[in-house]
Design a protein around this ligand. Structure first.
Ligand code: SF4
Length: 398
């Protein structure tokens, strides 16, 4: 491995560690940052990922490492990693020791300063996930909560209850989405995901079709590179309709591979969607309709044993499904608030193994980019390092 790749993997390890542990900082330090002007502020969408709520105080979405990896800024006052502001500059430190100075935070896209024709800020409609990716949560609550069947790690309803009044969290209509996506795409963004919690009666299907129509109308694009993130439908023929509606990819998140743990952690997904077996059947069917590498699932990593997660990723890959993993960060307002995720090294090892499975099964960088809602996971970074896709590879002297 080249020296540059070794250095990048060291930075990636640090990114995973700070992602799992979070960052300790005094929220007041961001008065030194042009948040909401030059730099992109965090806007709450589906889930509060910080370890505690911070109503009325904005944080940056993230910053860059010296070699160009994107780090998130997940707040956790108990973390040994800190973001500090000293001598006119931000720094990342570990137990008081400097790791690196931060030269650049993530810039705010221009469309965040625009409004839809009904006067809604586009920043509330289409979240900028960086690297050309836009994320839209059409609804910010989940009907499973009313049945007492919401997923134990999930805080979607608590997030809405906490931030709705302060950050204007509300349902988005297709026209708003079409206008915001068109503005975002005019700036060079090129992939989007539509997602949300369960709605009563599973009425999301018509909504997804109307949204696809609106996006096509406002962008003028037939293929707008969209992912429809949906629960497993009881009637699998519905999946064909998502393809006909114009979505390039589809995502159905199984969350837990072990059948019994799935039942306990995701009672609504078990009881409303025909159970774990049907969930897997839906993913296999989606791969037949959308094609190899055009279907994504996600596992919340750290709730079940690593071996079980890896078996799931292997099995899904053998069926053409990209089985992503994301580190479980026990969230405020979820039933598992106060629990702990495995050690950061556990997660880093898992990411490397999952990237290995993806590559062995022939998934390309473009496929994982198109299928996932966030473009800066550790798995994306492993591809960028191995395939030398980062700008730093243009400057070999780095
Ligand atoms: S289905 Fe589960 S993970 Fe998805 S929003 Fe509802 S409770 Fe959360």
């Amino acid at each position: 491995m080249s020296k540059l790749k070794e250095k990048l993997y060291k930075e990636l390890e640090l990114k995973v560690f700070t992602g799992v542990e979070g960052l300790n900082f005094d929220p007041h330090i961001f008065k030194h940052l042009d948040l909401g002007g030059k730099y992109q502020e965090e806007i709450h969408c589906l889930f509060e990922m910080d370890s505690e709520s911070h109503v009325g105080t904005h944080f940056p979405v993230g910053f860059y490492s010296p070699l160009g990896l994107t780090f998130g800024a997940r707040w956790n006052r108990k973390s040994p990693y800190s973001l500090v502001y000293e001598n006119g500059k931000f720094h990342l430190t570990h137990k008081g020791q400097e790791l690196f100075p931060i030269d650049e935070f993530i810039k705010r896209p221009n469309y965040y300063g625009l409004k839809t024709s009904d006067g809604t800020p586009m920043s509330n409609i289409a979240l900028h996930a960086t690297e050309g990716v836009v994320f839209i949560a059409y609804s910010n609550d989940c009907a499973l909560k009313d049945k007492g069947q919401d997923c134990k790690y999930c805080n979607i309803n608590a997030t809405k209850d906490t931030y709705a009044d302060h950050e204007g969290i509300a349902w988005k209509n297709p026209k708003q989405i079409g206008e915001a996506v068109a503005a975002a795409y005019r700036e060079g963004n090129r992939h989007l995901t539509i997602s949300g919690g369960f709605v009563p009666e599973r009425r999301e299907i018509e909504y997804y079709f109307d949204v696809a129509d609106a996006i096509r109308e406002h962008t003028g694009l037939d293929d707008f590179n969209g992912t429809a993130c949906v629960g497993a439908p009881l009637d699998l023929s519905v999946i064909d309709k998502y393809k006909e509606a114009g979505y390039r990819t589809i995502a159905t998140n199984i969350e837990i591979w072990d059948k019994n743990i799935f039942k306990a952690i995701c009672p609504g997904k078990e009881q409303q969607c025909g159970g774990w077996d049907h969930w897997v059947k839906a993913l296999e069917y989606e791969a037949q309709v959308f094609g190899q590498g055009r279907v994504r699932s996600n596992i919340v990593a750290g709730i079940e044993p690593k071996q079980s997660t890896l078996e799931g990723v292997e099995y899904l890959a053998s069926k053409g499904v990209i089985g992503f993993v994301t580190s479980w960060c026990p969230n405020p307002g979820s039933d598992l608030e106060g629990h702990r995720s495995p050690e950061p090294a556990w997660h880093f090892d898992l990411f490397k193994k999952v990237a290995g499975i993806f590559r062995k099964n022939g998934f390309t960088y473009n496929q994982i980019y198109d299928a996932y809602a966030a473009p800066n996971t550790a798995i994306h970074d492993i591809y960028r390092i191995e395939d030398e896709l980062l700008p730093v590879f243009q400057n070999k002297a780095a």
